[in-house]
Design a protein around this ligand. Structure first.
Ligand code: GLC
Length: 710
């Protein structure tokens, strides 16, 4: 009987696994806990334990590469559905879509014969410069938790293990292989661990990837505090800790600290791995007890058992299926964020338009096959230009001009990007051509932003401005046409100060997967009403960011201290009254919503009780739409410095014109708590709190005070 068995160990499972381990030789055990190819670890054929197959990545299954080097295998049957990237999924604020995302990713991975998919990536967006922010989700641990949990459950429902990563404090790419991160315990517990804790406690993620960096002086792959004290003892994690590739640094220390599977170490032979001959020797000379090896093997066999590896009716999955692409489209539709829409210039009405100028390299650029290890060999990727052509057919003239050229040079030596100034004449010619095109069109849609030369693993940006002189291009266009819509394709914020005030509409489009172009067209022409909300703040300028103000971005590459503490993202901007360009949780709609009648079941909350908050949401506009009602809590009087609001709940509601719904939140002591470093526990202090209901962290519509009392 098929068991989708993700939860606690059963006696059958224990018996089955112990029986296998009792038959295994030390050599066989050792062979299972280190790589035997780039993305596999050995099985034990005589005991019918198959080789374990792992694959990237968080938003699609990576193409096949050769067993022993990084070159693509060049197959023609390893295409993937390109799902919207992590930030796009987060921008949906929709846990149901996160579940669907996970189901698709799990189906695709299973269909490609994989046992583990190396995602989700959930590291906090500490700064807007981290090259991998696009793969991750948010600056807020609750939003991450509410999306990562269903994502993991979705993946694992398809008999594939998820691998939440990178554990932990991997919040910059600059010198990621050597930087040591120092952060105080309260900030660790309130900001950087909760997403991982939810991934294991609620999501039951069966594997986790240790990060490259050091934390408090120890490599994460041999950090006993993280891997054993917190992960395995405090949280009761029963799965497998997998090293990041070439992220293992020792034999005995790593084995004892809690690493279970060594992958990707840069050695000429797999026998030279830390967990290969050297570990066998350490067991034989008594430095490492064989039970420690047994525990690692037990964990791998547990994950195999719970993903039905030993079960003949294990899911067979499916990849690049129609329904997988349909899901990708649904997710993209709810990811796109309408940042600005002055005088409702959007949605465009194609019956009233004769011509549109489509400007920008990103209108005609595909992004799937970029970004580093999360790159996807997509079965297809609809570009914005293709999407507009698909929608408009011949009814509207589409005049395309590239406008700018990405002349990015990447200096692998020091990990810096050089947007190599291409020759001035060429830049000018592209811009003049674009301006001319815009002058002669009714509307201008500009697809601008970044690409995977910037949103890229192993690289951090050094500034937030748009590259390739895009600001000048946008200003040039605005001089000849007022009907300009800027669509930003990027995984993280960019500065817009030079043109935002004169631009009537701005959309954040993200890297939105195989169906991106069709979705952008649907939203621009009103067939889809945008409902995305920013999962992180768009600051006005880099100097406004907390890590910049308090800390050292990115540090000297050896040491970085998170001096801003818990004041990450909106927790900083709202507490220190720094006006962002667009706040956390912001996103407009083509309709309007009214939030009213906030009620509390009681204005006194007893410790370990809960009060119910109810609020009414009404669609007061003319089209159906979705709104995300956000609950923030403010601790009016506390003995420690706390952010002036923290997200403690949200609900996305879909409403027809004129329709109303009651949204309910339950407030309990845990949501009011902070981490007390004296008692090393979360605690809530008696006294006054304020419940705030908003449609962004700045756009608070209703609030009410209550008292926490004994
Ligand atoms: C990379 C990444 C990790 C990825 C792994 C395998 O360096 O840090 O996220 O899954 O190696 O490609």
């Amino acid at each position: 009987m098929k068991m989708t068995q993700i939860n606690a160990q059963t006696s059958d499972e224990t018996k089955f696994i112990n029986n296998l381990i009792n038959q295994m030789t030390l050599d066989e055990k050792i062979s299972m806990i280190h790589a035997n190819s780039k993305f596999t670890s050995a099985g034990v054929e005589r005991l019918n334990i198959p080789e374990w197959k792992l694959s990237d990545g968080p938003h699609g299954v990576r193409e096949e590469i050769n067993r022993d080097d990084w070159d693509p295998a060049g197959l023609d049957n390893d295409f993937a559905t390109y799902l919207p990237v992590g930030t796009a999924l987060a921008a949906t604020w929709n846990p149901d879509l996160a579940l669907e995302f996970g189901q698709v990713l799990g189906r695709e991975a299973r269909g490609r014969g994989k046992d583990v998919i190396l995602g989700p990536g959930i590291n906090i967006h500490r700064t807007p410069l981290c090259g991998r922010n696009f793969e991750y989700m948010s600056e807020d641990p609750l939003l991450i938790s509410k999306l990562a949990v269903p994502y993991i459950q979705g993946v694992q429902s398809q008999d594939v293990a998820a691998c939440v990563k990178h554990f932990a404090l991997n919040n910059q790419e600059y010198e990621r292989f050597r930087v040591n991160v120092e952060v105080d315990e309260r900030t660790l517990r309130e900001i950087y661990l909760p997403g991982f804790e939810a991934a294991f406690i609620e999501g039951k993620s069966l594997t986790v990837m240790s990060a490259y960096n050091k934390f408090r002086g120890d490599w994460c792959s041999e950090n006993e505090y993280l891997l054993t004290d917190i992960l395995k003892n405090e949280w009761g994690f029963e799965g497998v800790v997998i090293s990041d590739w070439d992220g293992t640094h020792s034999t005995v220390k790593a084995a004892k600290a809690g690493l279970d599977l060594e992958m990707g170490t840069n050695k000429s032979s797999y026998n030279d791995y830390y967990f290969a001959d050297a570990l066998k020797e350490a067991v034989e000379n008594g430095e490492v007890a064989e039970e420690i090896i047994n525990d690692k093997v037990r964990r791998i066999l547990t994950v195999m058992y719970r993903t039905n590896v030993f079960n003949k009716d294990r899911s067979t999955g499916e990849f690049v299926s129609d329904r997988n692409f349909e899901s990708a489209r649904k997710i993209a539709e709810e990811a796109v964020v309408l940042l600005k829409n002055e005088n409702s210039i959007l949605p465009l009405n194609k019956t009233q338009i004769k011509s549109i100028a489509v400007i920008g390299e990103n209108a005609d650029r595909k992004h799937a096959y970029g970004g580093g290890s999360s790159a996807i060999k997509a079965k297809y990727e609809i570009t914005p230009l293709e999407g507009l052509k698909n929608k408009l057919g011949g009814s509207v003239n589409i005049n395309y001009a590239q406008g700018y050229k990405s002349t990015t040079l990447f200096n692998w030596s020091d990990g810096r990007i050089d947007t190599g100034k291409s020759d001035a004449d060429y830049v000018k010619r592209l811009r003049d051509e674009a301006v001319e095109t815009a002058k002669n069109s009714d509307y201008v849609i500009m697809f601008m932003g970044l690409n995977h030369d910037f949103d890229m693993e192993s690289v951090d940006r050094t500034e937030m401005t748009l590259p390739y002189e895009q600001d000048a291009l946008i200003k040039g266009i605005l001089e000849v046409n007022k009907n300009v819509i800027v669509v930003l394709i990027s995984g993280q914020p960019v500065e817009m100060n030079e043109w935002i005030n004169n631009t009537p509409a701005v959309i954040q489009g993200w890297y939105s997967g195989s169906e991106a172009g069709n979705v952008f067209a649907d939203i621009l022409f009103g067939d889809v009403n945008p409902s995305g909300k920013l999962p992180f703040t768009f600051p006005k300028k880099l100097e406004d960011t907390p890590a910049f103000k308090f800390g050292d971005i990115p540090g000297d590459g050896l040491e970085v201290e998170y001096k801003e503490g818990v004041f990450v993202g909106y927790r900083y901007y709202d507490s220190f009254n720094v006006e962002p360009l667009f706040p956390f949780g912001h996103g407009l709609s083509y309709t309007e919503f009214e939030i009213s009648d906030l009620k509390l079941s009681n204005d006194k909350l007893q410790i370990d009780e809960e009060i119910v908050l109810e609020v009414n949401v009404k669609n007061t506009g003319k089209s159906a739409g979705k709104e995300v009602v956000q609950l923030y809590i403010n601790d009016v009087e506390s003995s420690v410095e706390r952010p002036n609001k923290e997200l403690k709940g949200f609900e996305k509601v879909s409403l027809a014109p004129g329709e109303s719904k009651k949204v309910e939140f339950r407030i309990n002591t845990k949501q009011l708590s902070f981490y007390d470093i004296e008692t090393r526990k979360f605690k809530a202090e008696h006294g006054k709190f304020t419940a705030l209901i908003g449609t962004s962290s700045k756009d608070i519509k209703q609030k009410k005070e209550f008292i926490l009392t004994d």
